[in-house]
Design a protein around this ligand. Structure first.
Ligand code: GLP
Length: 244
């Protein structure tokens, strides 16, 4: 779905999420949402906050699982995805604190695999994700599933690609401050979601969008796997769609 502007693409995405929340509310069910960070979903979250404040959209039935988090990082760190989510969405809506799940990386390194498996099982215990919101990295990553990630991968600790660390300088100020690792949902975790919305905005995403949508399905472009799935919708602005 291609929109003329980033604002329109973001509003459309927010409305899709709001529709799911409302539909689940009507059914008396919870909406299990997989959420993303980065610049791309910021306007989606702003629109969801607006719908909450002015249109009565309630998040009381929402259970959220975030895709990923840097490792190591403190939850109080302004660069942490916990801080990002609180600041950009959770502090402004009526979601219940205990329904929020973000990979916390305050466990020691020998506990990480157990922690990751718990995160994976927790998603399963809710019956899986009803909807996963995705951005895309310039190297084609989804979550922090860097090139080479196996399509059957699950939540795990991963080494960040140099381009990903470079792109993170914007938030960390200096390359030396950017963590070398992250915890991420796996590709298999993501593709199990019943609905997947991949949002890409701006000219700097046009080249990778071309590879991800029109290129070969292969692990060197992790997002290429989405081509094979019926439940995926790519939501793009004109600039991101320029090369397809
Ligand atoms: C980070 C996140 C991804 C996100 C990507 C793109 O690497 N882990 O989930 O999709 O950045 O970020 P942006 O939206 O800022 O371009």
């Amino acid at each position: 779905t291609v929109y003329d502007s980033a604002v329109l693409a973001s509003k459309y995405t927010a409305n899709k999420i709001a529709d799911l929340i409302l539909q689940k509310q009507k059914e008396g069910n919870r909406a299990i949402l997989g959420l993303a960070t980065g610049n791309t979903p910021k306007m989606v979250y702003q629109e969801l906050i607006r719908l909450h404040k002015y249109e009565g959209l309630s998040f009381s039935n929402v259970v959220s699982f975030n895709l990923d988090e840097y490792y190591p990082i403190s939850v109080n760190d302004e660069q942490s995805y916990t801080y990002f989510m609180n600041n950009n969405l959770f502090n402004h809506v009526d979601i219940t604190q205990e329904n929020i799940h973000i990979p916390h990386t305050d466990c020691s390194s020998n506990q990480i695999s157990e922690y990751c498996l718990d995160y994976e099982n927790k998603i399963k215990s809710y019956g899986g994700l009803d909807l996963q919101l995705l951005g895309i990295g310039r190297n084609g990553h989804i979550g922090f599933n860097e090139p080479g990630s196996k399509f059957d991968s699950i939540t795990r600790l991963i080494d960040l690609h140099p381009l990903t660390r470079e792109d993170a300088i914007e938030n960390f100020g200096d390359l030396d401050n950017v963590p070398y690792q992250a915890i991420t949902m796996g590709i298999n975790t993501i593709v199990q979601a019943k609905k997947i919305l991949l949002l890409a905005l701006g000219e700097r995403k046009s080249e990778i969008i071309k590879k991800a949508l029109n290129g070969t399905i292969a692990t060197d472009v992790p997002s290429s796997i989405l081509q094979s799935l019926p439940q995926v919708e790519y939501i793009l602005d004109r600039e991101a769609a320029a090369m397809i």
